[in-house]
Design a protein around this ligand. Structure first.
Ligand SMILES: Nc1nc2c(c(=O)[nH]1)N[C@H]1C(S)=C(S)[C@@H](COP(=O)(O)OP(=O)(O)OC[C@H]3O[C@@H](n4cnc5c(=O)[nH]c(N)nc54)[C@H](O)[C@@H]3O)O[C@H]1N2
Ligand SMILES: Nc1nc2c(c(=O)[nH]1)N[C@H]1C(S)=C(S)[C@@H](COP(=O)(O)OP(=O)(O)OC[C@H]3O[C@@H](n4cnc5c(=O)[nH]c(N)nc54)[C@H](O)[C@@H]3O)O[C@H]1N2
Ligand code: SF4
Ligand SMILES: [Mo]
Length: 725
């Protein structure tokens, strides 16, 4: 028998657990204003933009969350999703107590256990793995604020294997391409100075649907000031609707467009000579490289008329340096993604906008000392060389490689911790490997707030309380204005849920590693850190956000020129490092694989009301958008006898059929493409609002294009047919 069966957690009410005054939503409360109102500072965890806000309660009962007016990062406002954050607290399907996988009469199930039992079990298994295989054999996959606590725990134990889906399923290609070119990453928040730009080109980047709050605001400011917006997207996105130029590009051909833009900027002498001469390396090689890539050539690849390619290149050049090509964020598309991101980085270098107003600003964060505690020892061995040797330039852990490293008797990883990432819906094509990994692992711990798909693979499930019920580390993001923001518990943790810092400390004590967590309560850490920068917990409890003066200029100048941490100290248009490793040193265009007769290309993206699959069961946000829609062109709809409101199923090339999904007929997608928002189609078993509702884009992805440079998973060579449901 398999060591681990996938267990679906039933709706937890079915376990006969007491409800304990759980809210069913926030609508049924009496009109606010009569009782005692308290406000508590928070930092939103509904997505990773980390807006600061206030949680309002009346007589201790949740009322609403609003933005913190002092928070420059969010412009003092929360987005739709952040405003619905109370739903993360009030979700009736939340995990309530620790659970342990047990087997009775040949059947596996989860048994509710005490924290004592769960933590002792984990600590014993960790020690066992350490003795049998070595203390470096545990791994952490994480995507959330409390992940650092478990990282500290595993590092102290002796294990350093670590990955986040925000690398190999998201920003990896952008990070690596900008580091190769400029010597540093774009970072988060993305350091674009859009509010001051005179011309902005979006490659994909569906800002407006992609609702990173502050970013939407700076783009809106640019539009209000009549900046030229160029949106390159096969679909008529919200941003396309606000643009002077919409370039409905053939999917996967963006590198051809970017090369043609370089061709025009260089050959028509529209590039920034001073920047190129002073700061870049390899311009002559670039000039030669792009000679054959004129707009007429790009037309055949992209389907975009040469005049439009020229006109948009002129716009970019004319407004430089207050002109930028947005680097995008979710950049794992077609497997040549580092090349595309390098091309974006190079066009920006030609515009000379690095550290310039209206281009890329210079971010700064607060110099915040770490709490005095022993530092875990550095890794004894090079785990990246062991598990991802085929991607030597990857600076970070590759999530799917970590899972592969859990498979087999000789596996490198023997114990896996998963913190706040729903692997089956997050890493495309991982289901089978995850099953095998779960069979072979000696320990798998999942820390989550909800009974998501990933919990079904665990030995132990640890229920974390929501962000509204806990402390986490201070927000200290690299920004225009350095600032700190505090997240405080607004409510007592519901049920038996606990914060990450508590769990990690408890485990550390059971493992004899307590010295690495020398605090009784996390407020000691926060207060100590705040005192070092002239504030205190008491002050931050009152104000929530504190902004600090910059130490450097927001932009570079002749007296304060930029420096680049590349090998040459210059912006590397030509990358010797790529050449040394056998990759293309200048961006190369590869024509994308085409869908073939009868198939459509499945495009996916964001919907403003949800964050991935983490909010679809949120009772507040569910009401705003209960299901996703499959966008079809009228011709496609007619071919399949479908109209808006009907249900259809996608089927991929290996025969996987998706859930029924409601059709939306619209000319905003081309007849060759379909589009849907990611995050629906849950099959967890215990998500009573969202299970079985809508379609899951990830389920259709059978043709993952791995980027050789970063190791990231290109997800857009996904071809499907349609069936009426
Ligand atoms: N509401 C909401 N906002 C979010 C998130 C969320 O979950 N919900 N998640 C956040 C996160 S983590 C990320 S990484 C970002 C992701 O958001 P973005 O970085 O903006 O994602 P993209 O993949 O660039 O954008 C998707 C768009 O690309 C278009 N597209 C598809 N194929 C191609 C192509 O070949 N060429 C071009 N030019 N366009 C193409 C699609 O039609 C779609 O409009 O969003 C962030 N913002
Ligand atoms: N098919 C497909 N796959 C994608 C994408 C896509 O568009 N389509 N987008 C990619 C991108 S850009 C990204 S960034 C990744 C995102 O990947 P993930 O961050 O893994 O995305 P989610 O599905 O939101 O999973 C988050 C998990 O964290 C849990 N959680 C939420 N809040 C908390 C908390 O406070 N504490 C704890 N412990 N757990 C919590 C949720 O219940 C859920 O199980 O996905 C990538 N994968
Ligand atoms: S952008 Fe919205 S969901 Fe994301 S942190 Fe800000 S308020 Fe929360
Ligand atoms: Mo992302």
């Amino acid at each position: 028998m398999k060591r681990r069966d996938f267990i679906k957690l039933p709706g937890l009410a079915a376990l006969g657990v007491a409800g304990g005054g759980l809210l069913s939503g926030c609508q049924s409360r009496p009109l606010p204003g009569s009782g005692e109102v308290t406000v508590t500072p928070t930092v939103c965890e509904i997505c990773f933009w980390k807006c600061a806000g206030w949680v309002h309660a009346e007589n201790g009962e949740p009322w609403k969350i609003t933005g913190n007016a002092e928070d420059l990062h969010s412009g003092g406002r929360l987005c739709t999703r952040g405003s619905g954050g109370l739903g993360a607290y009030a979700d009736r399907d939340r995990l309530r107590q620790p659970m342990l996988r047990v087997e009775e009469k040949g059947r596996q199930r989860f048994k509710p256990v005490s924290w004592e039992e769960a933590l002792s079990f984990i600590a014993e298994r960790m020690e066992q793995i350490g003795e049998r295989h070595g203390r470096d054999r545990l791994a952490l996959l994480s995507h959330g604020s409390g992940g650092g606590q478990f990282k500290r725990l595993l590092n102290a134990f002796g294990s350093h294997i670590f990955a986040q889906p925000s690398y190999a399923q998201c920003r990896g290609p952008r990070q690596v391409a900008f580091a190769l070119t400029y010597g540093e990453d774009v970072g988060s928040p993305d350091r674009t100075d859009m509010a001051n730009a005179r011309c902005i080109a979006l490659i994909g980047s569906h800002i407006g649907e992609n609702l990173h709050n502050g970013q939407v605001q700076t783009l809106s400011e640019a539009i209000a000031r009549d900046a030229t917006l160029i949106t390159v997207d096969p679909r008529f996105s919200v941003a396309a609707g606000k643009s002077r130029y919409w370039l409905p590009i053939g999917p996967g051909t963006d590198i051809a467009l970017l090369l043609a833009w370089m061709h025009v900027l260089i050959n028509e002498d529209l590039y920034d000579h001073r920047f190129v001469e002073q700061h870049t390396l390899g311009f002559e090689q670039l000039r030669e490289h792009v000679q054959s890539f004129n707009p007429e050539w790009a037309w055949l690849e992209t389907g975009l008329e040469p005049e439009r390619i020229r006109a948009t290149a002129h716009e970019l050049g004319r407004h430089a340096p207050a002109s930028l090509v947005h680097p995008g964020r979710h950049t794992t598309w077609y497997g040549d993604d580092t090349q595309r991101e390098r091309a974006i980085a190079i066009v920006n270098a030609l515009l000379g906008n690095w550290g310039q107003q209206g281009g890329f600003y210079r971010p700064e964060k607060v110099e915040l000392p770490a709490y005095p505690a022993p530092k875990p020892a550095k890794p004894a061995s090079d785990w990246k060389a062991a598990i991802q040797a085929d991607h030597p330039l990857a600076p970070k852990g590759i999530s799917h490689k970590v899972i592969e490293a859990c498979i087999g008797d000789q596996a490198q990883v023997k114990g896996l911790f998963v913190y706040a990432t729903n692997l089956p819906m997050t890493i495309p094509g991982i289901a089978d490997k995850l099953n095998r990994a779960a069979d072979d692992l000696e320990l798998m711990v999942v820390v989550d707030t909800l009974p998501m798909e990933v919990t079904g693979y665990a030995d132990v499930i640890l229920p974390e309380c929501s962000y509204l019920e806990r402390h986490d580390d201070l927000r200290n993001s690299p920004e225009r204005e350095p600032s700190l923001a505090l997240r405080q518990p607004a409510f007592e943790p519901l049920h038996q849920s606990k914060p990450a810092w508590w769990m990690a400390k408890q485990l550390a004590e059971r493992l004899g590693l307590g010295e690495y967590f020398p605090w009784q309560d996390y407020t000691e850490v926060l207060d100590w850190q705040l005192q070092q920068v002239g504030s205190s917990l008491e002050e931050m409890e009152r104000i929530g956000v504190k902004t600090f003066p910059r130490k450097t200029g927001l932009y570079f100048s002749a007296d304060d020129p930029p420096s680049f941490r590349t090998a040459s100290g210059k912006v590397e248009l030509y990358s010797q490092l790529l050449a040394d490793y056998g990759y293309d040193p200048l961006p190369r265009y590869t024509p994308p694989q085409q869908p073939g007769e009868g198939y459509y290309r499945m495009l996916y993206g964001r919907a403003p009301a949800h964050t991935f699959g983490r909010t679809t069961n949120n009772p507040v946000l569910f009401e705003l958008m209960p299901e996703n829609h499959l966008w079809l062109h009228p011709i496609t709809a007619a071919d399949h006898g479908l109209k808006s409101g009907d249900y259809a199923r996608m089927k991929n090339r290996v025969g996987v059929r998706g859930n029924p999904i409601r059709v939306r007929v619209t000319e905003r997608v081309s007849p060759r493409d379909l589009f849907l928002a990611h995050g629906f189609g849950h099959k967890a078993g215990g998500l009573r609002l969202t299970d079985g509702v809508g379609g899951d884009d990830g389920e259709m992805m059978d043709n993952i294009k791995i980027d050789p440079i970063t190791g990231s998973t290109g997800m857009r060579a996904t071809f499907v047919t349609l069936e009426k449901a």
